[in-house]
Design a protein. Sequence first.
Length: 245
Amino acid sequence: MGEKQAARIFVMAQAVVGKTKFFYFERPKTKCMNRTLLALSAALFFCFHAVAQPLALASANSTRSFQVVKNSGDIHVYERWFEVEGEGRETRELKSEFTVSAGADEVLSLIQDPEKVVKWMKAVGEVKAIDYKGGGQWLAYIRYDVPWPLNDQDCLMQYQLVRDGSRTLVYFRSVTDSRVPAKDGVKRLEGIQGLWRLHPLGDGQTKVSYSMLTLEKPTMPRWVTDPVVRANMLDSMVAFNELLK
């Protein structure tokens, strides 16, 4: 199943779950079930089990184009705004794209290994693996050392690895877990979603695409947060690229 098809199916399933409608499919009398029903059933299974990751970001249906907001050499940071469904407001999606001289598995290790994540993710004080599950799923704790005037922040991030032909996709979103309660004086972030796309180009080259958004309503004005968010994104991607040279 391709990424666009998976995204459409997830949006269908998410709409069903959001309206608390549950469907049960009886085994058809024909020898094989319609493929669309099979795909929808699989997507519904993902929605009903919290450990699974969404197969589409909240911005999947946005028709707005990304605009370059910051760059360093061949590494660019793009931004677009989209409407948060049912809230009458907009939020930001950030994206960065670049090519590295490394295979997909080597790139993937920088995403999975906490000791490597702290080397490239800026403004981070701690990254800790909480749980590794089968099927390419893992849970990580991340604490951000955010500069004044913002407070320190943390989150629990659930990751889902998907192999799509020659591409490697890593979906992630913030979750809650009783094993890691919120800390005093540290804001627990919610509503984060994101996606890594690793596409092999041949000759030891991999195209890396990283997207991230948050659905949580901001508490600070954009003139305060924009420079911090954009700079952290660019600095992180530059450091990520440097580790693969």
